[in-house]
Design a protein around this ligand. Structure first.
Ligand SMILES: Cc1ncc(CN)c(N)n1
Length: 243
């Protein structure tokens, strides 16, 4: 994983001349970035050691998250600078609202979670913070701000998805398919594009805007850890107000 770094992108490049802007974002988000990508919840998905209650808790909460993620993508499609970017983002939005939505509905059914439960689920404090961050960054902030949030969420899932895909699939289809959704070639290509898009735009931002993007990526990493932690332990995780 990346080595923690506290300086500017310019300073990072001086130390690592080949580095990408997105390498800097990950380094600035350490240790939270690596903690998110390696959380015990993610390894339990691939090991087949996931407790049913923990996964049910996770899916109910995550369904509210991806509903707001779909709205975030709507903002990003609107703000994307040209047709190639709009096309990539709307393709992912289409996947989220069709194939991935279908995955959730089949998984709820298999886990005995009634529609009244997942449709009426109130977001817990961590998901509310996530949603505020995603929706305010993509809705009120710049394209790059929203992109940084989306990149963190999807790159984190690709990282653990590719790792868990090395193991034999667990028997439960809802675990096996969740790995596949985050390791298939199409998802790798999309996250690869998100990185390239950020690498293309980030270096030309003024230093204070680069700092803002790095702070957003870091906040998202902290929230990804807290989100897994809540699902895993069933305990409410306190997030510092200043986050
Ligand atoms: C909390 C969270 N972060 C990211 C992802 C990947 N879309 C997700 N499903 N849930």
């Amino acid at each position: 994983m990346s080595k923690q770094f506290d300086g500017s992108f310019r300073e990072y490049l001086a130390a690592e001349p080949e580095a990408r802007f997105t390498d800097w974002l990950a380094a600035r988000a350490e240790p939270h970035w690596s903690m998110a990508c390696t959380h015990p919840f993610t390894t339990a998905i691939g090991d087949g050691t996931m407790p049913r209650e923990a996964y049910a808790r996770y899916l109910i909460e995550d369904y509210t998250f991806i509903t707001d993620l779909a709205s975030t993508l709507g903002y990003l499609v609107a703000k994307a600078p040209g047709m190639p970017s709009k096309s990539r983002l709307s393709g992912f939005l289409a996947l989220l609202t069709s194939e991935e939505n279908d995955y959730f509905l089949r998984s709820f059914d298999a886990l005995g979670i009634a529609p009244e439960t997942y449709q009426a689920a109130a977001q817990g404090p961590v998901t509310r913070r996530f949603s505020d961050l995603l929706l305010s960054s993509a809705g009120n902030g710049s394209y790059e701000d929203g992109l940084a949030c989306l990149l963190c969420a999807e790159w984190c899932y690709l990282t653990w998805g590719l790792r868990e895909a090395q193991k034999p699939r667990p028997d439960a289809f809802y675990l096996a398919e969740w790995i596949d959704l985050h390791a298939v070639a199409g998802f790798q290509t999309f996250v690869g594009w998100l990185r390239e898009e950020m690498d293309r735009l980030g270096p030309d931002l003024p230093p204070e805007r680069q700092e803002k993007v790095a702070a957003l990526f870091r906040k998202m990493s902290v929230l990804e850890v807290a989100f897994f932690e809540e699902a895993w332990t069933g305990q409410t995780i306190a997030i510092p107000d200043g986050l």
